[in-house]
Write a protein that binds this ligand. Structure first.
Ligand SMILES: Nc1ncnc2c1ncn2[C@@H]1O[C@H](COP(=O)(O)OP(=O)(O)OP(=O)(O)O)[C@@H](O)[C@H]1O
Length: 305
């Protein structure tokens, strides 16, 4: 296996269910050893694209290759964490582990460490039917991560988890990557952008942006903030209505003023254009939520927040 070759590629992948088009000519390259987070709102097609990479769904058009071969559900190369479909409810946690241990030749003892870190070690002898949604997810994650393969495809691994557990999951992902593994993780939670080497945003059936998190943050149109008495002058340069946040007035500035990558240039231009003193103007640092909103709704803010 040549590690310099992409691990997985989607080339012009389209997927429809009846008349409903979900993916339209999606191109995506997953590089060896990267942690790629595929982001987008609910129902946009993240699971469908991941299933195509896993070989468990066939594209309606286009090609998917994994390790240079057409994607098929290959247990020797890929561990695929589906949404809510791994744990068998009638079995206990431990019986589930044993079931998957028998199923996968590459299953390792790492599950012991994973269940301890995820806080479900004391629940292993209870039936999964009695678990909360978050506990089921932790068990499934522990199982999927215990299979020693070069590629992990994790579909919404943190969706049902409490926020305190998310850093533990991120740590687990980073350890995998440090061990030379490749991970593709889907998420509609902006905070999962934090763990990514690279982000890909899915919207309207297409990948609309890919890049390192900091690179994409710099592509978000600036949000301007002022407390100046003549704050209403922001309306002249705003994209949409200015809005109030904690006593300040904020406005999204169209990207023709420049990206957040050049805040000084943007501020100088806008001070000149609005007549607001440069010292009274600042740019609000884009957050991952702003980034998510921008590539989902076209604006880096929702409801003025
Ligand atoms: N087997 C199927 N049959 C019909 N429609 C499907 C099927 N699988 C997915 N879809 C549709 O495809 C669209 C994308 O679904 P998908 O589960 O990929 O979204 P998602 O981005 O993963 O959402 P979420 O964040 O909620 O998990 C949805 O409209 C869904 O109803």
């Amino acid at each position: 296996m040549d590690v310099t070759e992409p691990v997985a590629t989607a080339d012009g992948v389209s997927k429809s269910f009846g008349d409903d088009g979900v993916l339209e000519a999606v191109d995506l390259i997953v590089e060896a050893g990267e942690l790629l987070v595929l982001m987008g709102p609910n129902g946009v097609g993240k699971s469908v694209l991941l299933s195509c990479l896993a070989g468990s769904q066939r594209p309606s058009a286009g090609d998917v290759e994994v390790f240079g071969e057409p994607a098929t559900a290959r247990a020797d190369t890929t561990s695929f964490l589906l949404q809510d479909a791994l744990a068998l409810e009638k079995l206990t946690g431990r019986e589930n582990v044993n079931f998957y241990r028998r199923l996968h030749p590459q299953f390792t003892d790492a599950w012991r460490d994973h269940v301890a870190r995820l806080g479900i070690a004391d629940d292993l002898d209870r039936p999964v039917a009695d678990y909360s949604g978050g506990m089921v997810r932790k068990l499934e994650l522990a199982i999927a991560a215990s299979i020693d393969v070069p590629l992990y495809l994790f579909d919404e691994p943190t969706a049902a988890l409490d926020l305190a557990t998310v850093p533990t999951v991120h740590e687990l992902f980073r350890e995998k990557r440090a061990a030379g593994k490749t991970l593709v993780v889907t998420s509609h939670r902006p905070m999962n952008a934090d763990v990514a080497d690279r982000l890909a945003f899915l919207a309207g059936g297409r990948i609309v942006a890919t890049g390192a998190p900091e690179e994409l943050l710099a592509s978000v149109p600036p949000v301007l903030e002022t407390r100046a008495a003549n704050a209403s002058a922001l309306a002249a340069v705003a994209d949409g209505e200015p809005f109030a946040v904690a006593g300040n007035v904020r406005a999204v500035v169209p990207s023709e003023y420049g990206a957040a990558a050049d805040p000084e240039g943007v501020l100088a231009d806008l001070a000149a254009e609005t007549g607001i003193d440069r010292a009274d103007l600042s740019i609000v640092e884009p957050t991952y939520t702003a980034l998510f909103n921008y590539y989902t709704n076209g604006v880096p803010t929702t409801n003025g927040q």
